[in-house]
Design a protein around this ligand. Structure first.
Ligand SMILES: NC(=O)c1ccc[n+]([C@@H]2O[C@H](COP(=O)([O-])OP(=O)(O)OC[C@H]3O[C@@H](n4cnc5c(N)ncnc54)[C@H](O)[C@@H]3O)[C@@H](O)[C@H]2O)c1
Ligand SMILES: [Zn+2]
Length: 346
């Protein structure tokens, strides 16, 4: 099968995203000329490995958001120093979004910026986290609050890694893929999964090219995320991120209809993609979402870090998706009540 190649064009920070079986074996092609050493950062629980022809040090980092913090960054940098990693060497991240975020941030600060290559091993990493140069770690006060924009040299999305990915992690990626159906408006269902992953990577690449530092359009990537973040916080992570995004997409459609932005057919399309195609937002998950209570969810949405101007949603409409700030709270509430009351109703 042919590999897919998508170029992210950002002037001297441009790089390719390769999608295909076995693409991680091509890593040496993307190592910067002059690099003499490589550090490979990975989560030992991931049964996918990458080797380069450079002398390499493998640094394991523990999985779980609790370890996505500044202590991990310090520990990594101290290992870099002992290994003698210089600014002309390379960091290679092999893992899900957690590993690419941590390794990307460590690379961004090591000697004020050292090359990093991302090898995403989750579906979510392939279509989202590894592309676009956002890196971050958490502090106890909030997720992803300390970070940097640091574009990778290449992203190698090797589909072989997906063979071992647990179902729940696969669903997380599908939640994000469902989101891309509405961002670009083309029929992603018409193509096989590898082409679909490549198309999602391409959609993300085009958005990042237009708005590298998220001052506008890049926020469209948060479609379905306003309610999703509230569900994740309120429900103490009963729903995984992608599962919460799927519920958030259906609610965003409901809200857009209440505001007269879209019609019933467009809402039905959301249900067809999210529920029928990807098997997300199941009755059980909607019941779990609803059990948080409308008032609690509203409270969390008010605290969303993007809520600088009242409640902000990405909403579908005549011109496609748009960021809509200051959505009337009463409308949000009534739409949420009817969304939960009707459950699976279209
Ligand atoms: N930088 C961005 O633009 C961006 C975008 C979205 C999400 N993120 C971040 O990404 C993180 C979530 O990423 P994720 O969903 O990839 O989860 P993850 O990196 O936490 O990985 C999920 C689980 O899957 C396991 N795993 C990974 N690859 C595997 C494989 N091939 N086989 C078997 N198991 C495997 C991991 O060990 C882990 O337990 C969050 O920290 C989030 O903040 C960043
Ligand atoms: Zn997301």
């Amino acid at each position: 099968m042919n590999d897919h190649r998508i170029d992210v064009s950002l002037g001297d920070r441009s790089y390719p995203v390769l999608v295909g079986h076995g693409v991680a074996k091509r890593i040496d092609e993307f190592v910067p000329t002059g690099a003499k050493r490589a550090v490979v950062i990975t989560d030992p629980a991931i049964p996918f490995t990458v080797t380069t022809s450079l002398p390499s040090l493998v640094l394991p980092i523990a999985g779980g958001e609790d370890h996505k913090n500044l202590s991990t960054i310090e520990a990594l940098c101290r290992e870099f120093a002992r290994f003698g990693l210089t600014r002309s060497d390379v960091v290679i991240a092999v893992g899900g979004g957690l590993v690419t975020d941590v390794a990307g941030f460590a690379a961004s600060v090591w000697h004020r910026g050292t090359a990093v290559i991302h090898v995403p091993t989750t579906l979510l990493g392939m279509v989202d986290a590894a592309i676009g140069g956002k890196t971050a770690v958490n502090v106890p006060e909030g997720k992803n609050l300390v970070g940097a924009f640091w574009q990778p040299r290449a992203v190698l999305a090797d589909l072989v890694a997906l063979d071992t990915l647990p179902q729940r992690e696969l669903r997380c990626g599908l939640g994000e893929i469902a989101k891309y159906h509405f961002i670009a408006g083309d029929d992603l269902l018409a193509v096989p999964l590898d082409a679909r992953i490549a198309r999602c990577a391409e959609i993300k690449a085009r958005i990042v090219e237009g708005d590298e530092r998220e001052s506008g359009q890049r926020a469209l990537l948060n479609y379905g995320h306003t309610l999703a973040h509230a569900l994740e916080s309120a429900g103490h992570h009963d729903l995984a991120h992608g599962e919460a995004v799927a519920v958030g997409l259906l609610y965003a459609a409901e809200l857009a209809r209440s505001l007269g932005r879209i019609d019933d057919a467009r809402v039905a399309l959301h249900h067809r993609v999210v529920r029928d195609e990807y098997g997300l937002a199941t009755d059980e998950q909607l019941a779990s979402a609803s059990s948080n209570g409308v008032e609690t969810l509203l409270d969390y949405m008010r605290r969303d870090k993007k809520a600088t101007d009242g409640l902000t949603f990405v909403l579908d409409g005549q011109r496609g998706l748009e960021v809509v700030p200051g959505v009337d709270e009463a409308t949000v509430k009534v739409a949420l009540e009817s969304f939960f009351a009707r459950g699976v109703g279209r």
